[in-house]
Write a protein that binds this ligand. Structure first.
Ligand code: GRF
Length: 192
């Protein structure tokens, strides 16, 4: 069983998609051992509680590393996590940290490209296609190796909100698919 720690900062619809896919059997062989938020009082923590999953808040990198180790984390999934992970976290979990980004990386990503700003930039760029990307997290911002991408059409009358909603639906699907793909590549866990 692969132990997944999900890191969040907000509403948690991507977290909810993973919870639902595990419960439905779509994402088998994995369990969410905890949800760690960068701040108090976010709906993600309520989603975790409803699903009977431990919810924590990490106030700094030291605490985050302790919490990750305490639950024997195999994979870290950033699901709307709005802080940059320190190099010591990246190093401790090399090629075991996944992020979901709401554009077709390498376009419209990197510093300052998050949330609705991404979709507004896509519209301002006159794009007819956008999408979502699951990628490994390295020391850069949205620069890690791409695991999975899926295109989403941009409609002529789209606003940042309508495009965001359409891309979010795809995020919910490819995040679990990306987790499955990485799980298949993980070295066998030692021991029993
Ligand atoms: C999503 O749009 C995701 O692409 C981005 O942050 C948002 C998180 O949404 N990283 P939610 O908290 O999962 O609903």
């Amino acid at each position: 069983m692969v132990n997944i720690s999900v890191l969040v900062s907000g509403g948690g619809t991507n977290l909810q998609a993973i919870i639902d896919n595990i419960e439905s059997g779509e994402l088998s062989g994995a369990r969410i051992v905890q949800v760690i938020s960068s701040r108090e009082g976010v709906f993600s923590l309520e989603r975790a509680a409803k699903a009977g999953i431990k919810g924590k808040v990490a106030k700094d990198t030291k605490q985050l590393l302790e919490q990750l180790a305490a639950e024997n984390t195999d994979l870290i999934v950033l699901a709307g996590y709005m802080k940059v992970l320190e190099p010591e976290v990246i190093g401790a979990y090399r090629r075991r940290i996944l992020n979901i980004h709401p554009s077709l990386i390498p376009k419209y990503c990197g510093k300052g490209f998050y949330g609705k700003r991404v979709h507004q930039a896509v519209l301002d760029g006159g794009e007819t296609v956008s999408g979502a990307t699951v990628h490994f997290v390295d020391e850069g911002v949205d620069t890690g190796e791409i695991i999975l991408q899926r295109q989403v059409p941009v409609e002529p009358d789209d606003t940042a909100d309508t495009l965001a909603a359409r891309v979010l639906e795809t995020e919910h699907v490819i995040l679990s698919e990306g987790i499955k793909k990485v799980m298949a590549q993980l070295p066998e866990k030692g021991g029993l």
